[in-house]
Design a protein around this ligand. Sequence first.
Ligand SMILES: [Zn+2]
Length: 212
Amino acid sequence: MKPSLCHLTPLRADIVSTAQRAYHSGLMAGTSGNLSCYDPESGCMAITPSNMDYSVMTPEDIVLMQLDGTVLDGGKPSSEWKMHAELYQNLPEVRAVVHTHSPNATAYAVLRREIPCVLVEMLLFLGGSIEVAAYAAQGSAAVGTHCLPILRRKPACLLANHGVVTTGATLEQAYTNSIYVEDSAKIVRLAMSTGSPIPAVIDEEGSKPYHE
Ligand SMILES: [Zn+2]
């Protein structure tokens, strides 16, 4: 590895531990899902590798690459690297992206149905409802492009017939957002099995969320 990339070593370790947490939290099955961070100083993206079991992944397996696809260190990057690159190129505040196929949220993604905003956490962390980005073939840059109209306004969206993507200023933030997306989907599904969930709204002062 080039000495100029040594400062990314802690980030690689952080990606592995977060990926393993996501796997053990049930957000990802098998080798699905992928996580990345972007370092604007070096223009380098650190991303999980393609098709590797999370339980055996080490920091050295995390691929360091430029947003144009040039690999600087490591093996084959996640097949979704173009989506991650597209998001970093167009969302200057974003430093981390988490993509999962978490089951409850992905159930909405395959229905192409928005998850309504029914929880305070959704207002505070996710910017309200979780909208669905238009379908794009997995692995294409269009997966990212189609998310942009939503991700410019809020840090989470569903990918039609595919899964979930969340963003953050840190990896921890993007990861927490992915947990909240799955939790929201699960609660809405559970509530819908009994009745009609009532949307959460923000009061006129715009600060305190409450339920109508
Ligand atoms: Zn995927």
